[in-house]
Design a protein around this ligand. Structure first.
Ligand SMILES: C[S@@+](CC[C@H](N)C(=O)[O-])C[C@H]1O[C@@H](n2cnc3c(N)ncnc32)[C@H](O)[C@@H]1O
Length: 228
């Protein structure tokens, strides 16, 4: 009997974007230093970072400029970046080497699978999801990374009172996030005033934010806290 063909709906397509020679070299030579390969078993983050410190996830870091700024500004925190786009990963690797930072590690893989398989429960202090791919067409909405299952997995890996910061320049995506998060009882939404007293909601300007603003979009920051 023919088996039904199941295709995973992913939140990204592998774009052809040009990887420069320097980025290719970085992907070869610096991944052993900053990269962690995907595997279906829980990571020992203390071992990976060589210390125990607060851990912040950056999901889909793009060119990594916001991640780099955060890591440089908060050396007491460790940052775990997850991205699938080689030019962006190569770009961040070069910047990390140049800046001499050692509090960043990169997993070059689908964040949905990384969160599900590689992170232990209650291990992460904060999660950043800055300007996720908007998938604005109705028929593509299912590709948006913010889905009930994913949000549930994020709740699992966050410490109690850990925070989740989502920023988007698509009004329709902001509404989608609010609906999905409202249905997830493991999170409470924070007002801007409540958010201002939390330690991990610092957000440097990102490349995609600048692009959105140039297109006349309005940026929305949504702040959530893991309930106990
Ligand atoms: C619109 S860009 C935003 C990049 C960056 N956060 C910024 O604000 O400049 C979205 C990024 O998320 C990445 N991405 C989308 N789905 C992903 C997934 N499931 N796992 C890892 N990265 C993903 C894409 O490759 C892309 O670089």
């Amino acid at each position: 009997m023919t088996q039904p063909h199941h295709r995973t709906v992913r939140s990204f397509v592998q774009r052809a974007g040009r990887t420069t020679a320097a980025q290719k070299r970085a992907l070869r030579n610096l991944i052993p230093r900053f990269g962690i390969p995907f595997r279906e078993c829980a990571l020992d983050l203390d071992l990976e970072f060589g210390r125990r410190a607060p851990v912040v996830l950056d999901i889909g870091f793009g060119d990594g400029s916001a991640l780099l700024t955060l890591a440089a500004n908060h050396p007491a925190n460790d940052y775990l970046g997850i991205e699938v786009h080689d030019p962006g990963i190569g770009h961040l690797l070069l910047q990390l080497e140049r800046a001499g930072l050692d509090n960043v590690r990169i997993i070059p893989h689908d964040a949905v699978e990384v969160v599900k398989h590689m992170l232990s429960p209650r291990r992460v202090d904060a999660v950043n999801l800055f300007f996720p791919d908007p998938w604005p067409k109705k028929r593509h909405n299912k590709r948006r990374i913010v889905q009930p299952g994913f949000v549930h997995d994020i709740a699992r890996v966050l410490k109690p009172k850990g925070t989740f910061h989502i920023a988007t320049d698509w009004a329709d995506y902001a509404e989608h996030v609010a609906l999905v998060m409202d249905d997830c009882e493991q999170f409470e939404a924070l007002s801007p005033q409540q958010a201002s007293s939390e330690p991990f909601f610092d957000r440097p300007t990102t490349k995609f934010e600048r692009r959105g603003i140039a297109l006349g979009h309005t940026v929305t920051d949504l702040h959530f806290r893991r309930t106990n």
